[in-house]
Structures are given as structure tokens and as C-alpha cells.
Design a protein around this ligand. Sequence first.
Ligand SMILES: C[S@@+](CC[C@H](N)C(=O)[O-])C[C@H]1O[C@@H](n2cnc3c(N)ncnc32)[C@H](O)[C@@H]1O
Length: 337
Amino acid sequence: MDSREEGQIMAAANYYSKDFEWDQLRQEIEKDSCFAHHLLPFPNQNTQNQETHLSSLCSQQEDSEAWNKFHTRHSTGKFFKERRYLLKEFPELASCKECSTVLEVGCGNGSTALPILRGNTSISLYACDCSKEALERAKENIEAANINLAKERFSTFQCDFSASGFPNWLICTSCRESFFQKQNMCFTDARSCSKQDFPDPPISAKNNSCIGGVDFVTLIFTLSAVPLHRMSRAITECFSVLKPGGLLLFRDYGLYDMTMLRFEPEQRVGYREYMRSDGTRSYFFCLDNVRDLFCGTGFSELELEYCCVQSVNRRNGKIMRRVWIHGKFQKPHVHLG
Ligand SMILES: C[S@@+](CC[C@H](N)C(=O)[O-])C[C@H]1O[C@@H](n2cnc3c(N)ncnc32)[C@H](O)[C@@H]1O
């Protein structure tokens, strides 16, 4: 995984810079026969998407296990890179109302959680990950950063949001339903109302009562790790846990990012979907993919663009063209009457 490299690039890069046009990169890649294997339709994609319940369960477990091993291998502080650009990219995290709440989904070792907690001392942040090891690293890193009231403002829980969804203490079934009814929308969530097997609720939800949803959900390099056929369900979960008017802040790998072009043909597991040798997955998004996924779930699009950053690898002088997607989506406000 290249997040150390990525951290170095991002530290130097102006976040909003457009060093090159994405469309120009697309034309270059699509003309170059070396990259032809990335463009081919994926055989058996449909059969793969219609996996049985059992095979789906196995693959979920394998995905989580691969991430857990990844975090065990990269357990040293050296691997941790705080995303210092985050509040510049999403200034709402700094300017929001007092005591706002954030859910950081797929928190890893805390690279996104830390700048948010540091940058806005009135925010409470709930961080989840499918990997226990990741949560341990995140707790250590936040503790080591010595942030004001971190114990009260930061808590973690384990969950695979693409499979089991979020726990009911974040938003109970009745709050979910009432938001949907007020919006004149049909509540079609097939989840059972019963209390699920989640750890004790953190921070203010100590009495196991619902906290009524969150103001922000951050999905920072997490959705690309979820298999394509589970993404829609995963985003629906994010939608349902947000308060009306709440924001989903998205950043992830963009189509034709340098790291995509490095994958070998045999590492393809779907169209624009790859598996690294350690079993972790990565999908590479184009703007239309992201738009369809989020708007199809009920979000309104506020911002969506490619972020194209070029830099030079100091060791070998090679040009690195990174493509990320920046997106900001809003859950519609409730309109009464
Ligand atoms: C590339 S890391 C990003 C971490 C963090 N958001 C950041 O900004 O650095 C992706 C994280 O998502 C977690 N993850 C992958 N699939 C997940 C899932 N289905 N549910 C919850 N977490 C998941 C992984 O364990 C990993 O920590």
C-alpha cells in the first residue's frame, strides 16, 4: 500500500491544484496499448455480483481479515500519516455548529480522525472500522496526540458497514423511520429492529439510547475498499445515519490514478476493481460512478470533481500522476407540512 508515499505527496501538494486535466490523462491512457487490460470488460462480472448469501459472508470475512492483517503489519507509528489537508478540503468541519458529531467510517489508524479532533475542539467523533487492529492503532495515535478532551470526544466501535450496517445506538429504527416519513419517503430498510450484536455505545450514548444520527459522515479512502456490489448498500447505511441536512464528505481513488495503472492483469477482480497481493481491495471511481451511487441513494450533490496532482518521485525522478475524487453530498432537509 502506498499511503506513506501518498502522505508525502499530499503534504507538499496544494489540495485544490489541478496540475493536469483528467480528460487529457484519460485520452493518453486509452490510446496506450500497455494499459489495454485495464479497459477490457470483466468476464463473469454478472455472475460474480450474484454471489450467494454464504459466499458473500465468506468474502466479507476475508475482506475484513485482510485489512486486519494489513493493520497488524503496519502497526508502527511510522506508517501513520495525519491528513493535514482535510479541514482545508472540507471547511465545514471547522465552521460547523458547536457540539457537532462526525462518524468516520473505516477510520484505519486515525489519519482522518486526528485532524478533525485537533481542528475543531467542540466536535465529537465516532470512528468505526472492520478491523480491530485498526481501532487499537487509532486509539493509540489519538491518545499520543494529546488532544483537548480526546477521551470524551473520541470513541471507536468495530463494524463492517457494508454488511451489518451501523448499530442502532447511532440512529434507532424509529428515528430513521421518522426522518423518512417527514420527507415523504418510503422507509424500505429491510434491517431487523432488534438490538444488534454491537459493543457498548460510546460517549453520550452510554445509556444505550439512540444519539439521533450524526451531522457528518466522512468516507475517506474507505469506499474503494468495499466490493462494488456492496457499495450501494454501504452508502444507504451512511445516508440513514445522517441527520437531515447532514453532509457526507468523500475522498477516494480516481480512475487512472497511478496506483491503478500499476496493477497487473491478474490482480483485476472486476471492472476497475483490483485486489492487492495482501488481499485488500481497491476500486477506482469516475465521477459518474460516484454521482450514480450517492444520488441514487437520495443524496444531493454539492461538490464533485477530480483532483489531479503531479509530483516527482525524489528517489527515481519519475513523474507521479495522482487522481483522487473529491465529493460533498447532502442528505435533504426535512420539509414539514
Ligand atoms: C485506506 S484505509 C483509510 C483509513 C482512513 N479513513 C484514512 O483516512 O486514512 C481504509 C480503511 O477502511 C477499512 N475498511 C475496509 N472495508 C471496510 C468495511 N466494509 N467496513 C468498515 N471498515 C472497512 C479498512 O480496515 C481500512 O482501515
